[in-house]
Design a protein around this ligand. Sequence first.
Ligand code: SF4
Length: 240
Amino acid sequence: MLQPTPELFAELEEASQKLESADPAEIIRWGAERFGLKLTMGTAFGPEGCVILYLLSQIAPKTPVFNLDTGYQFQETLDVRDRIREKFGIDVELLKPEHTVEQYEQLHGGPLYKTNPTQCCFDRKIKVLQRGAAGKHAWISAIRRDQSPDRAKASIVGWDKKFGLVKINPLANQTKSWVWRMITEHEIPYNVLHDQGYTSIGCWPCTRAVMAGEDERAGRWSGTAKTECGLHTMDDSPNA
Ligand code: SF4
């Protein structure tokens, strides 16, 4: 495990400032050179993640990449994994929670996403990433600052205390239109549900299509106060 020393923090702050106006490929290259195979990436196969997978295939194709396979993903999402592997040769590992969906629902007397989605995300995403992060020093995320007020504070490079990893956000400064331009220009595979009104896609029980004028993430945990699964927030409590 990388120790969060004052020297490391100073290095990360300096790198973040230097990379603030760098393009995503340059930021990924910095991460790959600095951390080698101790760098990893998590993807839910959103359009941003697919663009990063394309860039990784050009820059550092051996970087280990994983997907948090909650057991509740759309089949269309899992299909993107196959299409990315065929086109770019990147094999995304599926990291699974301790219990299958059937075992989990039996344990809790029904689907927890209906009664306690925060605990469900904690068990089926956060804990799985904590396990997947073991032995790694840094992870790449696909968040953009303009996605939400929480994400607006993301630095290009920083320390993620929740997972004890350096977090690299190569798309922090990019826009949705930049992402889709990349997808079109480079014929990058993407989730076909985006063509059916789904702007942000997570697990099927907690995702709906959005209507014209709605926020990009309005279809996630719709009708509840929850807006994030917890992967990109600082509080590591299951009740956050
Ligand atoms: Fe459970 Fe919904 Fe979170 Fe998926 S998004 S882990 S189904 S609460």
